[in-house]
Write a protein that binds this ligand. Structure first.
Ligand SMILES: Cc1ncc(COP(=O)(O)O)c(C=O)c1O
Length: 302
């Protein structure tokens, strides 16, 4: 499907089919890979990346949490993304940056090498449904969010996504679209690949950081919402409080504001609700260069 695309691998633009690692590589056999993921939107002066600076900084933080070293600077990664967006003629799409130990390792757990780096730039496909806002059904998954004392959950590490895969499988098996994790002490955390927001009495609430990924979309919604006069609150949220929300939506790169129609047995009369609709419109305007207060969030990649 993507054979026509090029990939940036350790400083070179190579064909899609050359983006390989050995099965015995540490990155594959131990799951020691990190990544970041962000959107490209068509701007008035060419394609632009949504908060690329924050995403690349998060990649460096992920490496730091895991005692890993990247072999390229932030500027070199931004240049590489720009080169690849041009090579693949991306106008609207997504960027996935992977850093991993490509070195083969039979028994060693701790390597002293720098990470390899591979970047993908993929045009939007119908399947991605970027920024679609068809309401979804969510449930609480039986799996708990990995506890932050077991692995650094703020690292966007590929191996942490087994937790997410199980939650999604569990949700699908019960006929829901997304499973929301509770923390090990029973509070609302996030979805497999999405943050969660609720509205109650006109206040926008979301779980505070500590047990969840530092999502760039979550941060952006919290920063942009006050421009509409919306009061925001980061707090511990119990499952009962979420079930009694006036509105719920989930958010992530690619689906900035995705309304929830049903949570467990509770069905919302209106989805999206009024605040969710306003926030969807705000984020859509920001990403598509129609809101001039946040143009700094769109960084040229042309
Ligand atoms: C566990 C988790 N939470 C939240 C998010 C949303 O993060 P972002 O807004 O940076 O895409 C993701 C994204 O992959 C995720 O994996």
């Amino acid at each position: 499907m993507f054979e026509h695309l090029h990939v940036w691998k350790n400083g070179e633009i190579v064909p899609w089919g050359s983006a390989n690692v050995h099965i015995m590589s540490h990155g594959f056999s131990r799951g020691s890979a990190i990544f970041d993921f962000f959107g490209i939107y068509p701007g008035p002066n060419g394609p632009a990346a949504f908060r690329m600076d924050k995403h690349i900084e998060r990649l460096f933080r992920s490496a730091g949490f895991l005692g890993m070293r990247l072999s390229y600077s932030k500027g070199q990664i931004i240049d590489a993304v720009t080169q690849l967006v041009k090579a693949n003629s991306i106008k609207r799409g997504v960027i996935k940056v992977f850093a991993y130990y490509g070195e083969e390792s039979v028994t060693s757990l701790v390597l002293d090498s720098d990470l390899d780096l591979t970047i993908f730039a993929i045009p939007e496909t119908a399947e991605m449904g970027v920024d679609e806002n068809k309401p979804i059904n969510i449930c609480f998954t039986k799996w708990r969010k990995i506890h932050p004392t077991t692995v650094p959950i703020e690292a966007k590490a590929c191996s942490n996504y087994l937790n997410g895969m199980l939650a999604r499988q569990d949700a699908f098996s019960r006929g829901f679209d997304v499973g929301i994790f509770l923390t090990t002490d029973g509070y609302v955390a996030e979805g497999s690949i999405e943050s969660i927001f609720m509205v109650k009495d006109n206040v926008l609430k979301t779980p505070f950081l500590g047990n969840i990924l530092q999502s760039i979309t979550r941060m952006s919604i919290l920063e942009a919402a006050p421009s509409l006069g919306i009061e925001t609150l980061e707090k511990q949220i119990s499952p009962d409080e979420l079930l009694e929300a006036d509105e719920i939506f989930v958010s992530r790169t690619g689906k900035k504001v995705l309304p929830v129609k049903k949570i467990e047995e509770r069905v919302f009369d209106e989805a999206p609700g009024p605040m969710t609709s306003k926030l969807y419109q705000l984020m859509d305007d920001i990403c598509n260069s129609r809101n001039h207060d946040f143009t700094r969030w769109l960084q040229a990649v042309s």
